[in-house]
Design a protein around this ligand. Structure first.
Ligand code: BG6
Length: 524
């Protein structure tokens, strides 16, 4: 096998049967099959594994393996063409057409699973991946049990996709249905942002560096800014999205998870439950917006109107397929959030996300407080604050902005940047989020999956905002597609004397200091 890393540094998962529900869908094609193949190529997948693809439409094993090949060619960082072991790998994949509403099919599925279990000596370990609409989670869980699929020896795990409910009430209902069949420890709720390399790196940078952790509090940090911007519109997902909106689609999950990663206390042990306990404490400390006026003052909602990106005209959200022409769904939101605990009292976390913004970026900016006014410097120049930036996407890296003397004999202070681009070092070998998460689920590490109490608290926070909007508080501002969102989002920071830092790449007027000194270089 053509392995990139030495297998000795990696632990292969135990033997397992993966049941992929929704195997003919987009997620399986773009993410799950490529993830399984990368794991295989890197020795992270045990030889004794099997994959059963499940969906309603009929398909032979050969067709299924053909689709698998095509998906890997198109979306995987390793290619199937030229792999001498392709046949051995693809022989582990089987397909079965299944009507998930009837238990009979599940009984038949049990027969297939038992057979593969014996053939590949798997020992009964089963991972059920539901790449399905959440309304189906309950009945699938129930039928897995009734069909006898949970009876084999070995562990059972249920991996489910977001959205986990529509609000707290529906999430509770969904959770109850699942919990009738699976224990909380067996449920792996995906938030793919937690599988991103640089999101995971936040805790390492915070807790492994002497020069950050002592400053990581309200004495030294002025504010934290989290931007999850997208250039795409709603594409073909208008039906789902119009029912959801940006706050539910990105805020309840990815955004709040990033806030927890930035704000959590160091866990007492690197144990999944200890880490998740710390994240829950952050969610519990989020300052709830008590009144509709609070929501109005702290949260801005927007929707894209027609606009332009890179010279190309773009349609308005209301003109997108499956979106009602009078829709009031937000495609953008920005908010000022407070974590009311000892460490973060008074530090605003500004968050924003939107579709049809000018850049696809995920970045977290930590803005440090200014140095005390130093006459010696301030007579000559105004000092820019220090920034620490986690670049999650599209480039992965860490960026640190500081002040230094202008090189040469002319006196002056200029901002310089230390810029570490991880993607340049690790290149295409950085595992994709789904790859990491599937590997973690297969070996029983739930650290980067969301626990029920996290989900519930996040919904509680979001529901309050949704309620105020429903009560008519929170004007919907239109912004041109291809712009950075509605103006009130800028005012949100203006009022506090801050501004959004530009995202994506180098900041204007800075000298980048990668590894060597900048002697003689002028800022551009
Ligand atoms: C998904 C949202 O969870 O995340 C999508 O449903 C969004 O609307 C996507 O486009 C963004 O993910 P990423 O990894 O491309 O930033």
């Amino acid at each position: 096998m053509n392995t990139i890393h030495s297998a000795s540094v990696l632990r292969a998962s135990e033997g397992v049967v993966f049941f992929i529900f929704g195997a003919t869908g987009d997620l399986a094609r773009r993410k799950l099959f490529p993830a399984l193949y990368s794991m295989y190529r890197e020795g992270k997948l045990a030889e004794n594994f099997a994959v059963i693809g499940l969906a309603r439409r009929s398909r032979s094993n050969e067709q299924f393996r053909h689709d698998l090949h095509a998906s890997i060619q198109e979306f995987c960082r390793y290619k199937a063409d030229g792999d001498d072991n392709w046949g051995t790998f693809s022989d582990h994949f089987h397909y079965m057409s299944l009507d998930i509403n009837h238990v009979d099919g599940f009984v038949q599925l049990r027969g297939l699973a038992d057979k593969l279990d014996e053939q590949f000596q798997i020992g009964g370990n089963r991972l059920f991946y539901l790449a399905l609409a959440p309304e189906l989670f309950g009945s699938v869980s129930y039928n897995l049990k009734s069909g006898g699929l949970l009876q084999a020896e070995g562990w059972k795990r249920l991996v489910i996709e977001k959205p986990f409910g529509y609000d707290l009430a529906s999430a509770e209902k969904l959770n109850e249905q699942i919990r009738e069949v699976f224990r909380e420890e067996e449920v792996y709720r995906i938030d793919h942002y937690l599988g991103k390399e640089m999101v995971q790196n936040i805790e390492v940078v915070r807790f492994a560096n002497a020069f950050f952790e002592p400053l990581w509090n309200n004495k030294y940090i002025a504010n934290i800014q989290i931007t999850l911007s997208e250039t795409v519109g709603v594409e073909e997902r208008g039906g789902y999205y119009d029912h959801s909106g940006a706050l539910r689609d990105m805020g309840q999950n990815h955004m709040l998870q990033m806030v927890t990663m930035m704000a959590m206390e160091p866990p007492s042990r690197l144990h999944p439950e200890d880490i998740r306990d710390e994240k829950v404490k952050v969610l519990r400390s989020l300052r709830a917006y008590m009144t509709d006026e609070d929501v109005q003052a702290n949260v801005v909602r927007g929707q894209y109107a027609a606009g332009m990106h890179k010279g190309k005209p773009l349609p308005a959200y209301r003109a997108e397929e499956a979106v009602p022409p009078d829709s009031n769904t937000e495609t953008y939101f920005a908010a000022r959030v407070y974590v009311d605990n000892f460490r973060w009292a008074g530090v605003p976390f500004y968050v924003r996300t939107g579709k049809r913004l000018p850049a696809k970026t995920t970045e977290v900016v930590v803005e440090f407080k200014n140095m005390p006014d130093n006459i010696y410097f301030s007579q000559k120049t105004s000092l820019e604050p220090n920034l620490l930036v986690f670049r999650v996407n599209p480039n992965e890296g860490i960026y640190l902005k500081m002040n230094a003397k202008r090189p040469g004999s002319q006196w002056g202070i200029i901002p310089i940047a230390m810029d570490f681009t991880q993607s340049a070092e690790a290149g295409i070998n950085t595992p994709e989020a789904y790859e990491r998460l599937l590997y973690d689920a297969a070996r029983g590490d739930s650290t980067y999956f969301t626990r029920w109490d996290e989900v519930a608290l996040a919904w509680k926070f979001v529901d309050r905002i949704e309620q105020a909007w429903k009560n008519g508080r929170g004007e919907l501002y239109l912004y041109p597609a291809g712009s950075w969102g509605p103006t009130p989002a800028t005012e949100l920071l203006d009022r506090d004397g801050f501004r959004w830092w530009p995202v994506n790449g180098q900041r204007e007027g800075e000298v980048v200091w990668v590894s060597s000194a900048v002697e003689g270089k002028e800022p551009h």
